[in-house]
Design a protein around this ligand. Structure first.
Ligand code: ADP
Ligand code: MG
Length: 260
């Protein structure tokens, strides 16, 4: 066991597994001639909770989308759960099975019920039987506290409920790691808490999580590490206690000055 940073500033570092779930080594990515990721090096350990923040356009979404290859990097390697993705993008399906992702815009299938949304991937990708897929789906809908919405369509649910369905749907694939890309940014303010509470529950259950969010309360109370990105680079990486009270770079201070 390696020790994490001084978690939450209470003087007691949370023990973190030495098992590495995600490793990015020298990852570089361009959109045409524009370099969006510059030499990204990052290790995420089992059970670790990382918050990524930074100005709009700094490459946060691109970074996490590269992990499940929704975006392709051109240089460097990304290893997920021991499977290495090089720039040839072999092993892509294997990696996607292990990685759950939740987007700002829920991305549920509107023509399917909540239950069907949750059953689809286990049946199609894992070959799970219908009965088993339904049992798994109901288990996770209960976990996100909306089993009563199972037979509705996404359009009949509030934004907060839809996002909880999206989380449940990811969990049905039993992912090794969950990626969140601003999961509360599209929500009305009164629905942010229910989604953050769901994420806190996941964290408490030991899920490995990489979250792009500007919810700094969440970062302070849940993250083991906060990563600050600017212009395609990881500029600073620290425990929340350090990050918020003693940011090292000028760019981080400017950013925090704007959002806090
Ligand atoms: P963030 O999530 O931090 O706001 P993104 O990763 O979405 O940043 O984008 C980083 C930069 O890459 C931005 O300047 C954005 O305009 C650019 N970008 C993102 N997606 C594309 C794309 N598909 N084609 C060209 N440029 C893109
Ligand atoms: Mg983004």
């Amino acid at each position: 066991m390696a020790l994490a940073f001084d978690h939450a500033g209470d003087g007691a570092p949370r023990p973190i597994s030495s098992e590495v779930v995600i490793r990015m080594d020298g990852v570089q990515k361009w959109y045409d001639s524009f370099q969006v990721l510059k030499n990204i090096n990052l290790e995420v350990h089992k059970g670790e909770r990382i918050v990524i923040c930074g100005p709009s356009g700094s490459g946060k979404s691109t970074l996490i989308r590269c992990i499940n290859q929704l975006e392709k990097h051109q240089q460097g390697t990304i290893t997920v759960n021991g499977i290495t993705l090089d720039s040839h993008h072999r092993h892509l399906d294997q990696v996607r099975r292990e990685v759950g992702m939740v987007f700002q815009q829920f991305n549920l299938f509107p023509h399917l019920t909540v239950l069907q949304n949750c059953m689809l991937a286990p049946m199609k990708v894992r070959g799970t039987s219908k009965a088993e897929a339904e049992a798994i789906a109901m288990k996770y809908l209960e976990r996100v506290r909306i089993p009563d919405q199972a037979h509705k369509h996404p359009g009949q649910l509030s934004g907060g409920q839809q996002q909880r369905v999206a989380i449940a749907r990811s969990l049905c694939m039993n992912p090794k790691v969950m990626l969140f890309d601003e999961p509360t940014s599209a929500l009305d303010p009164e629905m942010v808490k229910e989604v953050l509470d769901t994420m806190i529950g996941l964290a408490e259950d030991g899920m490995t999580m990489l979250c792009v969010t500007h919810e700094m309360g969440f970062a302070k109370s849940v993250a083991d590490r906060v990563i600050f990105m600017d212009r395609g680079e990881i500029v600073e990486e620290a425990s929340p206690a350090e990050f918020f009270t003693n940011p090292k770079s000028e760019r981080t201070r400017n950013f925090l000055g704007q959002i806090l």
